[in-house]
Write a protein that binds this ligand. Structure first.
Ligand SMILES: Nc1nc2c(c(=O)[nH]1)N[C@H]1C(S)=C(S)[C@@H](COP(=O)(O)O)O[C@H]1N2
Ligand SMILES: [Mo]
Length: 377
C-alpha cells in the first residue's frame, strides 16, 4: 500500500524510554518496571508495553495511506485517513494485555516458548478512533450482522510488518463478524492513544483495538480488512506465539537481596492491577500477607471521580482497576493477590494447574516473596 511500508531491518526504529525492561531488542519487546506500571491509572504511552514481531513500519505520507476492505462483500472499498476521520469519533478506555504476560512464572515450572515477560506486558490506555461497526457499514454490512450474504463470518486484519513467523509475511489476525459489527463490542480502528496521535510503536497511523480480548488480535499498522468465511489461518491465530528463546529475566531477579537493618515492622504498600476479559468488571480484590491463609479486601483506585460500574455504557468496562492495601509485615513472608470478577470467576491458586507449553494466559494468584533482612550488628 502506498503511504505505509515495512523495512526489512531495524535501522529505523523509533526512540524508546530508557527505563523500559527490554526482553528482546530485535524485534523490540519491552515492558515497564512494575512500579512504573501501577503508578498511574492511565498508562503513559512511553511506559506502555511494546510487543512486536518485526521492524516497525514507516509512513511516508499519511494522506496517501489507505486501508483496503475486501473479501466476501458486495463492494470492496479503499478508505483513506480522511474517510476514517469523518466517521463519529469514539473514545474507549481499555486495558490491553499480551497473552504471554507473566510467562516467566510459568517457565519456572517447566520451560515454555516465547518472550520472557514479567508481569507488565499490560497497560491501560484511552483509545480514540472510528468504530469498526461504522466502518463495516460503509461497505454494506449492517450493524449486528453475523454473516454477509456471500458467507463472510470473520473479519481479518492484515498488517504489513515482516514477521519471521509468517516467513517474512505480515502479521494478521481475525475476530468474528458478530463482534466486529456489534457497536457495543467497542472494537475500534484507533488513531489516537491517550489523546495523542498513535505513535509508531503502537500502530501509527491506524490500529485495531479489540477490548477485553488478548492483545494479539489488536492488529497494528492496519493495511487491509478481509471479510472471510473461516477464521484467519495465519500463524498467530493458529499456532499463537512461537518466537525467540525466552530471555527469562525471572531468574535474574534476586529475591534474596538483603534490606538494610529492619528491626521495626515494615509498613509496605501493596499495589497492583486486576482485569477480566469480555467486558466483565472486577468485583473484589483480596490480598493476603501470609501466603494465602488469611485475606483482607484491598481498596480499588479508579480514575478520580469515576465509579467502576462494569455494565454501564459510559463506564470503563474494558479497563483494569488498580488496587492498594497497607500491611504491617514483621517477618519474611509471601504476599498474595487474587481478584474476583462480577461473574464470580476467581483466579486459580497455582500456576501448575493451568501450565501450557506456550506459556500463555497465566491468571494464577500473584505471589511476591518479601524477605525481611536483619543486619548482623
Ligand atoms: N502488525 C502487528 N500487530 C500486532 C503485533 C505485531 O507484532 N504486529 N503484535 C500483537 C500482540 S501479540 C500484542 S500483545 C499487541 C501489543 O500491542 P502494543 O505493542 O501496542 O502494546 O499488538 C498485537 N498487534
Ligand atoms: Mo501478545
Amino acid at each position: 500500500m502506498p503511504g505505509l511500508r515495512a523495512p526489512s531491518d531495524y535501522a529505523q526504529e523509533p526512540p524508546r524510554h530508557p527505563a523500559l525492561v527490554v526482553n528482546s531488542k530485535e524485534p523490540f519487546n519491552a515492558e515497564p518496571r512494575r512500579s512504573d506500571l501501577v503508578s498511574s491509572y492511565v498508562t503513559p504511552v512511553e511506559f506502555f508495553y511494546k510487543r512486536n514481531h518485526g521492524p516497525i513500519p514507516i509512513v511516508d505520507d499519511v494522506d496517501k495511506y489507505s486501508v483496503y476492505i475486501t473479501g466476501l462483500i458486495g463492494n470492496p472499498k479503499q478508505l483513506f485517513m480522511k474517510d476514517i476521520w469523518k466517521l463519529p469519533k469514539y473514545t474507549v478506555t481499555a486495558t490491553l494485555q499480551c497473552a504471554g504476560n507473566r510467562r516467566t512464572a510459568m517457565s519456572r515450572i517447566r520451560k515454555v516458548k516465547g518472550v520472557g515477560w514479567d508481569v507488565a506486558a499490560i497497560g491501560n490506555a484511552i483509545w480514540s478512533g472510528a468504530k469498526l461497526a461504522d466502518v463495516l457499514e460503509l461497505v454494506g454490512i449492517p450493524k449486528c450482522s453475523h454473516a454477509t450474504p456471500s458467507g463472510g463470518k470473520h473479519v481479518e486484519f492484515v498488517s504489513i510488518d515482516k514477521c519471521k513467523e509468517e516467513n517474512g509475511g505480515p502479521y494478521k489476525a481475525s475476530i468474528p463478524l458478530s463482534q466486529a459489527a456489534n457497536p457495543e463490542a467497542d472494537v475500534l480502528l484507533a488513531y489516537e492513544m491517550n489523546g495523542e496521535t498513535l505513535n509508531r510503536d503502537h500502530g501509527y497511523p491506524l490500529r485495531v483495538i479489540v477490548p477485553g480480548v488478548i492483545g494479539a488480535r489488536s492488529v497494528k499498522w492496519l493495511d487491509s480488512i478481509n471479510i472471510i468465511a473461516e477464521e484467519c489461518q495465519g500463524f498467530f491465530m493458529q499456532k499463537d506465539y512461537k518466537m525467540f528463546p525466552p530471555s527469562v529475566d525471572w531468574d535474574n531477579i534476586n529475591w534474596s537481596t538483603r534490606r538494610p537493618q529492619m528491626d521495626f515492622p515494615v509498613q509496605i504498600t501493596i499495589k497492583g492491577y486486576a482485569v477480566s476479559g469480555g467486558g466483565r468488571g472486577i468485583e473484589r480484590l483480596d490480598v493476603s500477607i501470609d501466603g494465602g491463609k488469611t485475606w483482607v479486601e484491598a481498596s480499588k483506585l479508579q480514575k478520580p471521580g469515576i465509579p467502576y460500574i462494569s455494565d454501564s455504557e459510559s463506564s470503563d468496562k474494558w479497563a483494569w482497576v488498580l488496587f492498594e492495601a497497607e500491611a504491617d509485615i514483621r517477618q519474611s513472608t509471601e504476599i498474595v493477590a487474587k481478584a474476583v470478577d462480577i461473574a464470580g470467576n476467581v483466579q486459580p491458586e497455582n500456576v501448575e494447574v493451568i501450565w501450557n507449553l506456550r506459556g500463555i494466559l497465566n491468571t494464577s494468584w500473584h505471589r511476591v516473596h518479601v524477605r525481611i533482612g536483619h543486619s548482623n550488628l
